[in-house]
Design a protein around this ligand. Structure first.
Ligand SMILES: Cc1cc2nc3c(=O)[nH]c(=O)nc-3n(C[C@H](O)[C@H](O)[C@H](O)COP(=O)(O)OP(=O)(O)OC[C@H]3O[C@@H](n4cnc5c(N)ncnc54)[C@H](O)[C@@H]3O)c2cc1C
Length: 406
């Protein structure tokens, strides 16, 4: 394979762009920048763990949906769907695999009249934005998906176009490899400090754990759940904290007769098809507090006492199942509104955020990487206007609320 092993030491003393964090956001940014003919600058990506084993990108569930309440979030996913379906052409490389989306859809289930009303309202926004969401009453749900228990359900909503599972790992890997082919330098090191000019209105250098100090034109914070640690190096507060999310993959003694949509149970637990006879479930913990950056421990009783009973109640065939694997990962959880923070800091204009994606960052990475590259090259967004996700709303405490949060 073409990609070179990560070196620890950068080749140069100065770079136009330094990206902190080389997972999907850092790599989407470096790829869109490095392929743009209007950008001739140098790019350094600093990654503290090139195995990526604890990154959100490696621990994701890799799903995409159009069922958001904000038109902008829908447009972002629509762009990603096109990006995935034309992946080989976009990367202009016939070694890159052709990819698709497994369109089993998300099934949102409402167990109160208020939640049903909200599904109806959100559906209008989605239809207006070109999504194909349909509403189903309990009888309609039961006739298409006989395995559900719908005794407490008022309404469901589902969309089976560009909604389901996609291979985010392959997309990430090729964005990174292709960036390196385009001349981007990735190093295995950790940013431990950022130096500013004497006025405090620009960043000038990053400090590496290995001791080197590197000049930089712009710094992009793509550090995922550790984003607040990077910002704190400049005394900037961002409302992003690591929150644990658990995943279980299981097989069922009696597999379901129809592909299981990614079902959003009213309890908040989700479960979906994950292979011909396997399924994947996800949940938060008993208490959803911020956790230590290195804490990936498991709450042992969570599955037995909470998650499995809820799943078996919704899908009685899941009373006989066998867990095959499980893992915990961290959301970079934006406590203000669970939406992205992207763009420059208002008074340190060469310090950029691409943070706080909570549970929907993987599917946003192509649009966010493209948007960040536009800001860096042209000084403004050229395609989708992502300014509602700017840092100003954090300063003003004005959330950009998204109702459909998982
Ligand atoms: C369990 C789970 C399920 C999810 N499911 C979905 C889903 O179905 N669909 C969806 O769209 N999204 C999902 N997400 C969210 C999505 O995975 C994330 O939003 C996305 O991966 C964030 O990517 P990132 O590059 O911002 O962060 P990360 O992948 O965490 O990458 C940040 C990188 O920065 C590096 N870094 C940190 N600090 C430093 C430093 N000081 N110096 C150098 N490097 C540093 C880290 O090592 C890491 O590699 C899920 C997340 C989890 C945890």
């Amino acid at each position: 394979m073409v990609s070179k092993a990560f070196q620890k030491t950068p080749q140069k003393k100065s770079y136009d762009i330094v990206i902190i964090g080389g997972a999907i956001m850092g790599s989407a940014t470096s790829w869109f920048l490095s392929k743009n003919k209007n950008f001739g600058g140098s790019i350094l990506v600093v990654e503290r763990d090139p195995t990526y084993q604890f990154s959100s990108t490696a621990r994701t569930n890799s799903c995409i949906r159009q069922q958001f309440s904000r038109e902008l979030n829908i447009r972002i996913s629509q762009y990603t769907a096109q990006f995935i379906k034309n992946f080989q052409e976009n990367l202009e490389d016939d070694r890159v695999p052709k990819l698709g989306i497994q369109n089993y859809g998300y099934m949102y289930l409402a167990d109160t009249k208020d939640k049903a009303k909200s599904l109806r309202t959100i559906q209008k926004t989605q239809l207006k934005a070109g999504a194909s969401t349909i509403l189903m009453n309990p009888d309609e749900i039961k006739s298409k998906y006989p395995f559900y228990n719908v005794s407490d359900i008022f309404l469901g909503s589902i969309n089976k176009v560009d909604e389901g599972y996609w291979d985010g790992g392959t997309v990430f890997d090729w964005l990174r490899r292709s960036s390196i082919d385009n001349g981007v330098e990735y190093i295995s090191n950790e940013v431990t400090g950022i130096n500013q000019n004497s006025n405090g209105n620009r960043v000038e250098e990053i400090v590496l754990k290995s001791g080197e100090v590197i000049n930089c034109g712009v710094v992009v914070n793509a550090a995922g759940p550790r984003a607040s640690k990077i910002s704190e190096m400049l005394n900037i507060k961002i409302p992003v904290e690591p929150r644990k999310r658990y995943t279980w993959v299981f097989s069922a003694e009696c597999p379901l007769e129809v592909d299981l949509p990614l079902t959003i149970d009213p309890s908040g637990i989700h479960v979906r098809q994950d292979g011909p006879d396997t399924y994947l479930a996800g949940s938060k913990g008993f208490i959803d507090d911020p956790v230590n950056f290195d804490d990936f421990s498991f709450e042992e009783d969570l599955w037995e006492d909470y998650v499995w009973p809820k799943i078996a109640n919704r899908i009685p065939a899941f009373e006989a199942i066998k867990v095959k694997s499980e893992w915990a990962g961290h959301y970079a959880y934006n406590t203000l509104d669970q939406n992205a923070i992207i763009g420059p800091h208002p008074s340190i204009s060469n310090f950029m955020f691409i943070n706080g994606f909570s549970g929907h960052g993987l599917q946003q990475a192509p649009a966010m990487g493209r948007g960040m590259s536009e800001l860096l090259i042209y000084g403004k967004y050229q395609s989708l206007d992502l300014s509602p996700f700017g840092y100003d709303r954090i300063l003003n405490g004005t959330p950009f609320l998204e109702e459909a949060i998982i």
